[in-house]
Design a binder for this molecule. Structure first.
Ligand SMILES: [Zn+2]
Length: 86
């Protein structure tokens, strides 16, 4: 099993987990599930190793794969509060 070492932010040993990562590709939200990563149980920092990072880059370059992937709908909320109103 890959050892992710310690969290760069708070030095807590990272736990091996499967995570979801989301990316915006040309205006389209793409979610990759089941990504192996080191997750900090204390501050939530997530780290993927170089090999996983390369695989993700390959997936995101594959237009056909993205076009054929199942889609989900996500809530879309417009932020309507005015800044500076007290
Ligand atoms: Zn941390």
């Amino acid at each position: 099993m890959y050892n992710y070492g310690e969290c760069e932010i708070c030095a807590t040993p990272l736990e091996v987990k499967s995570i979801q990562q989301d990316f915006w590709i040309k205006g389209k939200l793409v979610v990759i599930e089941n990504v192996p990563a080191g997750v900090c149980p204390r501050c939530g920092e997530k780290v993927v190793n170089a090999e996983v990072g390369e695989h993700i880059a390959e997936i995101l370059k594959d237009r056909k794969l993205i076009d054929q992937a199942p889609t989900i709908s996500v809530p879309l909320i417009k932020y309507e509060f005015e800044f500076g109103h007290v």
